[in-house]
Design a protein around this ligand. Structure first.
Ligand code: BG6
Length: 460
């Protein structure tokens, strides 16, 4: 099989794709792989590969044992993203091939068009697959246009839209836990669940991505894609099979059942910007980009009617912690008095695992106290999501890739918020906190965000 990486000299290739490939090769999961790297840089193959090697040697945790093999199987060619530019580089390409667009998003459509114009989407001598990185569009209209552009030459089942959260162990484990334990099924609904919180908090800032980030903001960067996917997996009906077809159908169904966020988004969305964001290199002094976004979603269906799903993510917060938490309704305050909601939590980071709080008798005080059941198998290795997803692409498994309809349905949910946020300013929040206070205002009475510090300590 040939893996053609367009954007071979970019950061994504060296930081995520190549390390993931090295691990797959070392594990013996991929055989007969040839890599053809294409890039804009007019340098010799030796020089490009030397540079990559030097980078990998400095990358913590890189699996270097397979590097000599991969280097031997990798070719580099300079190529522009037009049919003329690609013709020479891809001449004679036969057999199974994956085209990986590790490119800036503005070039996705152009690259797919050039490949298609050369007839490379046609599966005459083997399969042809196209991998598209995120972000997939910047709103509903642009996502539709991009889907239409890709479909000029590629069928939907040839297109793999990357959302690395779907390759995380924690995400697949969430699905496994939900559907491999029958007793959870009757609990997983509005009579037992009071609300659901999906949080992904980062202490990191821009990491040299000012140009991209200032155009995107937290809502586009994290909520529309990653957190919305987690939401769909939590809220959807059980699929009869874990096939791509069933999973995608269930996710689309639930995304389309989300109650439209009203105009103005008051009480449904909150945004913040960390203090000092406008002083970061490459950020305009007047930037209104949000570095924190929170949303409240309701699904009008049988299972979760009346249960709010709270989604939030932000940069420069107090902890690197991510989780999905189901707040469980307390028992009626009869003989045991007032119980707080218990929680079922799936951690995504700092490590993976889960915990469940059940209320029980306190040993000392005689009253009720939370009893915590905890499972913490460890941390997920850095590039492991890419590793899993690349393997899926190679094996032709679309289960962990959002479909055209899902992507559009997710944009349809956030579009009204994006429109509203064209006006006004995000609330400034101090670095190292849980985010802006206005996030509290979207909570229903009696509901609360979990404390980030406690959640991170809870895992440790
Ligand atoms: C990316 C976002 O998709 O996900 C980044 O563009 C974010 O801004 C990252 O930091 C978070 O994912 P992870 O797996 O690196 O924690």
């Amino acid at each position: 099989m040939k893996l053609v990486i367009l954007g071979f000299t970019g950061d994504l290739t060296r930081r995520l794709l190549v390390p993931a490939l090295l691990r797959l090769l070392a594990r013996g999961e991929v055989k007969d792989l040839e890599v053809l790297g294409l890039g804009a840089e007019d340098l010799g193959e030796e020089e490009i590969l030397d540079r990559l090697e030097a980078f990998l040697k400095g990358l913590p945790g890189a699996e270097l044992s397979a590097w000599p093999h991969l280097r031997w199987r990798t070719r580099y060619r300079q190529a522009g993203l037009t049919p003329e530019g690609l013709r020479r580089a891809l001449q004679g390409l036969e057999g199974d091939a994956v085209f990986y667009l590790a490119l800036p998003p503005a070039l996705f459509a152009q690259a797919a068009e050039a490949l298609g114009a050369l007839g490379l989407a046609e599966e005459k001598t083997g399969f042809r697959r196209l991998v598209v990185e995120k972000p997939f569009g910047t709103d509903l209209a642009s996502a539709r246009a991009l889907n239409a552009a890709l479909h000029r030459h590629f069928r939907e089942d040839q297109i793999y839209r990357m959302d690395h959260f779907l390759g995380k162990w924690a995400t697949t484990n969430l699905l496994a836990t939900r559907f491999a334990n029958r007793f959870l099924e009757p609990v997983w609904r509005n009579c037992h669940v009071a609300w659901v919180e999906i949080t992904y908090a980062e202490t990191l800032g821009l990491e040299g991505r000012a140009r991209y980030y200032d155009k995107a903001g937290a809502l586009r960067d994290m909520l529309q894609n990653h957190l919305m996917q987690l939401f769909a997996l939590m809220a959807m009906e059980p699929p009869a099979r874990l096939s791509a077809e069933s999973l995608r159908a269930r996710k689309v169904e639930i995304l389309r059942a989300v109650r439209p966020i009203p105009e103005g988004a008051k009480g449904f969305a909150a945004r913040g910007q960390y203090q000092g964001y406008r002083d970061e290199e490459g950020i305009p002094k007047t930037s209104r980009t949000e570095t924190y976004a929170a949303l409240k979603l309701f699904v009008d269906d049988w299972r979760f009617q009346g249960v709010p799903f709270y989604l939030r993510s932000g940069k420069r917060l107090t902890e690197d912690v991510g989780y999905v938490a189901l707040a469980l309704r307390p028992a009626p305050s009869g003989c045991f008095g007032e119980a707080e909601p218990g929680y079922l939590v799936f951690w995504l980071k700092p490590g993976v695992g889960l915990y469940l709080t059940l209320y029980g008798q306190s040993l000392e005080k005689g009253g009720l106290e939370p009893h915590v059941l905890r499972y913490r198998p460890g941390r997920e290795p850095e590039a492991s999501a890419y590793e899993e997803l690349l393997l899926d692409v190679i094996r032709g498994n679309l289960s962990h890739f959002p479909s055209e309809e899902e992507v559009e349905a997710a944009w349809a949910i956030v579009d009204p918020v994006l429109k509203t946020w064209q006006e006004g300013e995000p609330e400034v929040y101090p670095r190292g906190t849980d985010g802006p206070r206005s996030a509290e205002e979207i909570l229903e009475p009696g509901h609360r965000w979990l404390d980030l510090g406690r959640m991170a300590r809870g895992w440790r």
